[in-house]
Design a protein around this ligand. Structure first.
Ligand code: SIN
Ligand code: FE2
Length: 218
């Protein structure tokens, strides 16, 4: 934080839970800017970014657009029938490759990771995400999460339920978080976005982007 008396603590790589690895500052600023530009394109279509409506009628505060497969709660489909009926955009090869690099970075080996779906989430300052599991995938391959823009509090919990024990990790722009192995089905969420913390050099007008890569096994 600027304006504080002491410089920020260096942020170190950490295994938050077995198989859950946080790598601060993994993406270069150039890579982050490329991702911002790519997300802007994906947000326009063929399926436009929007707030997902849940089966119970609730509306998610984050805005989401998918690649490869469309996540329609609570399953993956090829056409976004809950949005405009269009087929989702392909997952670009370079993004799948970035996911493979991420898994190698986290675990030392990419384990043959072949992500075929990405969820791109945009959080404005007020958006958050409740504790949930990523469990619509049939594969047990890890989830790769990339953060860009405003910082957030990422809550990483356990596989039993939404409550404690959990660890709150601050995810900053450029951070990588991979959860697989025994943590693959851990509950996690975003209780808070720290509005206004993103670097203006990213070319965003504020907010936080999160890209998660998954192997659906479908
Ligand atoms: C998610 O759990 O799908 C998103 C997590 C995040 O925004 O960091
Ligand atoms: Fe998730």
């Amino acid at each position: 934080m600027s304006g504080t008396l002491f410089p920020p603590e260096p942020r170190e790589r950490a295994e938050v839970a077995p198989g859950a690895v946080h790598v601060p500052g993994w993406l270069s600023i150039e890579r982050q800017r490329e991702l911002v530009a790519a997300c802007r394109g994906w947000a326009r279509g063929p399926v436009p970014i929007r707030h997902t409506v849940l089966p119970g009628g609730g509306v998610m505060s984050v805005q989401t657009v998918c690649l490869g497969w469309h996540w329609k709660p609570y399953r993956y489909v090829r056409t976004a029938d809950d949005v405009n009926g269009a087929a989702v955009a392909e997952l670009p090869g370079w993004l799948a490759e970035l996911g493979r690099d991420a898994v190698r970075e986290a675990y030392g080996d990419d384990g043959g990771y072949r992500p075929d779906a990405a969820l791109v989430n945009f959080y404005d300052g007020a958006a958050r995400m409740g504790m949930h599991q990523d469990r619509e995938e049939r594969s047990r391959a890890p989830v790769v999460s990339l953060s860009i823009g405003d910082s957030c509090v990422f809550r990483f919990g356990n596989t039993e339920g939404r409550g404690r024990p959990y660890t709150d990790v601050e995810l900053l722009s450029g951070d990588l978080f991979v959860f697989g192995g025994p943590s693959r089905f851990a509950f996690h969420g975003v209780p808070k976005v720290l509005a206004g913390t993103g670097d203006p050099a990213l070319g965003m007008r504020g907010g936080r982007l999160n890209v998660t890569l998954r192997e659906t096994g479908l």
